[in-house]
Design a protein around this ligand. Structure first.
Ligand code: XMP
Length: 516
């Protein structure tokens, strides 16, 4: 079986864990695709997946708009695993009985495996701790099914119809609170679905390179390179496929960190030998930002100026037909619009998005099937340096949202120097790659200080360092006092015009990560 064919389809019934299921599957080198819950059986069959997983979901099968899969999927001869709501909806459609409106079961439960020969439980102990989260409950199995595990709350905590390769789990194997959940999913993929784990980053690269070549042909591709992880990996991948048919454009907006422009030129221009086009537009950006203090206006001006500069430079790439973007999987998953569903929650900043319609390009998005950690692994495989692959997130509007108040070169330079010290100390102490973000902010006030015999009236720098999974919530990092002391001493001694350093100790929410 070819790598391209080995995959698990996940039908999304709106669970907050659907993306977690997709990632668990991929951790075992099997490709996974999340699809709409009502995807037609014929459409799924045409993709010839090795197996189908029905996710959990917040609804009851009896609710008016409860999402239903196409019942035809149970007759395709493809193994199906229903998780929580997925098990209930399978039972419901195959004429089992689901009881509605009982007491909700939430939290840890003890599972007693009653049919240890079930392939899902191979190499697992008979007693398992699992995570439950459901309201409805199965009271009668569909015909042809057998209970394979029970819990104190239910004789049907798991079920199978082995000859039809249909399985149901009332608990969530994908969450960490089910300690052996990974093995159960692995057993489903490898023992039931016949997967071999052929989808690796190397195989992904090989296939993408072929696809990019076939799509692009002899045409040229432009790409807005920011130096961030996504656009950098996209650039390296496309360059591997089509070499100098790729024209990366790097806009220096004058709002970058110290050394950033040089680093992008060194890595992509020199090491990778790309035909990098650097648009030095610092003056234009700073001119347009003169006197602007409102954060939203700053963002708008920067966004618009970026488009102006990018468009001008793109025009000079003759015959460019494609625009490449580092779009990732969480931005494109077609899920059901359940309020508060995971795809609804992800906040994305499309910094190159919103290009005017008059720029008629076809989009090339080679990373659109990948999660962020997979993009990083592709980047490593392509030989991008650690400082880029594991770079902390940096906002599109750059230092503009960290220079509070008016933006001008002297103030930017103060922040750049202070920020440089923060980054240097984070890297030296090993914290940089452990946390989500760490940076300096220049406050719009001055305070009194004393230096030698003289009083000073100088700037204040705030240090912001947070840990986070996805940027949606965050907590401030508890640094050792010695490290804080070193950062503070260095900033005050080395950065002219700063006489005070503060530490931001607020979590998100209610504060945000950035100050503007
Ligand atoms: P906040 O400040 O909203 O930040 O808690 C969450 C994450 O998003 C980044 N961020 C931005 N990224 N353009 C971007 O590309 C922006 O305008 C922007 N604002 C915030 C921020 O650095 C953090 O990682």
């Amino acid at each position: 079986m070819s790598e391209a064919r080995e995959q698990i389809i996940i039908l999304d019934f709106g669970s907050q864990y659907t993306q977690v299921i997709a990632r668990r599957v991929r951790e075992f080198n099997v490709f996974s695709t999340i699809m709409r819950p009502n995807t037609r059986a014929a459409e799924i069959d045409a993709l010839a997946p090795n197996g189908i997983i029905l996710s959990g979901g917040p609804m009851s099968v009896y609710q008016k708009d409860a999402p239903m899969p196409d019942p035809g999927i149970f007759a395709l001869g493809i193994p199906v695993l229903g998780i929580c709501y997925g098990m209930q909806v399978m039972s419901y459609l195959l004429h089992g009985k689901v009881a509605h409106g009982l007491k909700r079961e939430y939290g840890r439960a003890e599972l007693d495996v009653t049919v240890p020969s079930c392939p899902l439980f191979t190499n697992l102990d008979q007693k398992q701790t699992v995570w439950m989260s459901h309201g409805d409950k199965l009271t009668e199995l569909p015909r042809g099914f057998e209970a394979i595990a029970r819990s104190s709350n239910s004789p049907f905590a798991a079920m199978e119809s082995r000859e039809r390769n249909l399985f149901g789990l009332q608990f969530h194997p994908e969450v960490v609170h089910t300690p052996h959940g990974r093995e159960i999913l692995k057993n489903f993929m490898f023992r039931v679905c016949g997967c071999q784990g052929l989808w690796t980053m190397a195989s992904f690269i090989e296939r993408s390179v072929k696809e990019i070549r076939a799509t692009v042909g002899d045409d040229r591709v432009i790409l807005g390179l920011s130096g961030g992880v996504d656009s950098s990996v996209a650039a390296a991948l496309i360059h591997k496929a089509i070499g100098n048919q790729l024209a990366p454009i790097f806009v220096n907006n004058g709002l970058l960190r110290k050394g950033e422009a040089e680093s992008v030129e060194r890595v992509f221009g020199k090491n990778f030998r790309m035909k990098l086009k650097t648009a030095n537009a610092s003056h234009l950006f700073l001119d347009r930002l003169k006197g602007v203090t409102n954060p939203e206006r700053k963002r708008k001006i920067i966004g618009k100026t970026f488009i102006d500069v990018f468009e001008k430079n793109a025009k000079s790439v003759k015959g460019a037909k494609f625009l490449a973007q580092g779009t990732l999987y969480p931005d494109v998953i077609e899920s059901i619009p359940t309020a508060g569903g995971p795809s609804a929650m992800i906040k994305s900043h499309h910094n190159v998005g919103g290009l005017p319609k008059r720029m008629r390009f076809q989009l090339l998005e080679p990373l659109r099937q990948l999660f962020k950690d997979e993009v990083r692994r592709v980047g490593e495989e392509l030989g991008l340096p650690r400082e880029i692959v594991w770079r902390q997130p940096f906002p599109g509007p750059g230092l503009a949202v960290r220079v509070l108040g008016a933006i001008n070169k002297p103030r930017l330079d103060i922040l750049r120097e202070a920020d440089w010290i923060v980054v240097e100390e984070m890297k030296a102490s090993g914290w940089y790659y452990k946390i989500w973000q760490s940076f300096a902010v220049l406050l719009p006030i001055r305070t009194v200080g004393v230096m030698g015999d003289e009083r000073t009236y100088d700037h204040v720098i705030a240090i912001r360092a947070v840990d986070s999974q996805d940027g949606m919530t965050a907590d401030w990092v508890r640094f050792p006092p010695d490290l804080l002391a070193r950062i503070s001493n260095r900033i005050i001694n080395e950065v002219k015009g700063v006489n005070r350093v503060c530490l931001d100790i607020s979590s998100k929410p209610p504060a945000t990560i950035e100050w503007e």
